[in-house]
Design a protein around this ligand. Structure first.
Ligand code: ACO
Length: 272
């Protein structure tokens, strides 16, 4: 990845893991146009970065993401030329949806605090989401006379049952990470003191896995979700053929046949 100075995000790379922290703690990591530009830029680069095998997205300070920056993304953007508004909205949409979904690397949201409005779309876009038990979630748009616009309603109707999602969109009530886990918005709520450790445990698990297989899991999952069953079956077969070709066979199954490991208990030794 190019060494680049970012203002609204912090990027740290270590041993195959790239951590991106939204870095506007004084604004509770609300997403400004600049933050959207930088996320679009960095995710676009990470796709091709062979040193990045797992990505974690989190927030600097006590907040994960307070949603869109209500001043910079809405009030100030309203007076910008249409071309600028379109450009920012396009990037804002892409990085929190198909860019994360189509990245070859798995992406984990580590939700360390407040998560409001548009912040939900980061959580839903990531493949795995771990939150501190005392993180607070809320669809607050109703409280300022709007509705969860842009991508928010779209992704939430995909991922939540109406009796859960519609309830929170209508009431704007906040809820805990335990409740987020119950309704399927996140993977797991953990005690705050364990958040880092539990996230790293999952990241390390993923770092042991064959990157070609991780990419295939994501593709098969999301293409299946968005396709009718017969199309999904064909895509899945093609992905499977491609992975076998890329491996030049089935090295993991060969290692099993030679009794070199137990697939039920851990990953085979892939060649990087
Ligand atoms: N947009 C712009 N600025 C924000 C946002 C936001 N979404 N959230 C917080 N800030 C700013 C505040 O204006 C304040 O700035 P200032 O110090 O220059 O006055 C600073 O962050 C700290 O905010 P406080 O409210 O003082 O922080 P506190 O910790 O007490 O409360 C909370 C945090 C609950 C997140 C509160 O800031 C809040 O309600 N923010 C709005 C959350 C929201 O409604 N998000 C949805 C946006 S809409 C969408 O995403 C589609």
């Amino acid at each position: 990845m190019n060494e680049r100075k970012y203002e609204a995000i912090l990027v740290k790379q270590e041993d195959g893991l790239t951590t991106i922290a939204l870095n506007r703690p004084e604004k509770r990591n609300a997403m400004s146009p600049q933050l959207h530009r930088e996320m679009y830029q960095v995710l676009g680069e990470l796709r091709y970065d062979k040193d990045t095998r797992v990505i974690v997205i989190t927030g600097a300070g006590e907040s994960f993401c307070a949603g869109q920056d209500l001043k910079q993304y809405f009030l100030e953007m309203d007076s910008q030329p249409e071309s600028v508004r379109d450009e920012v909205r396009r990037m804002a949409r892409l990085w929190r949806n198909e860019m994360i979904r189509t990245l070859p690397q798995p992406v984990i949201a580590m939700v360390n605090g407040w998560c409001f409005g548009g912040g939900f779309t980061i959580v839903t876009a990531c493949d795995i989401a771990i939150a501190a038990e005392d993180a607070v979630f809320g669809l607050s748009e109703i409280n300022f006379g709007h509705f969860p616009g842009g991508e928010v309603t779209i992704v939430l109707t995909e991922q939540l049952q109406p009796k859960h999602g519609l309830f929170y969109a209508l009431t704007g009530k906040t809820f805990t990470a335990k409740e987020a886990e119950r309704i399927g918005l996140i993977t797991k709520a953990v005690p705050r003191e364990n958040l880092q450790e539990e996230t790293m445990e999952i990241a390390n698990n993923l770092l042991e896995k064959d990157p070609l297989a991780l990419k295939a899991v994501k593709e098969a999952w999301y293409y299946t979700f968005y396709s009718p069953p017969d199309v999904a079956y064909e895509i899945s077969t093609l992905i499977s053929q491609r992975v076998t070709q890329q491996h030049g066979g089935r090295p993991g199954i060969q290692q099993f046949a030679k009794k070199q490991y137990r697939p039920g208990l851990g990953a085979y030794k892939w060649e990087g």
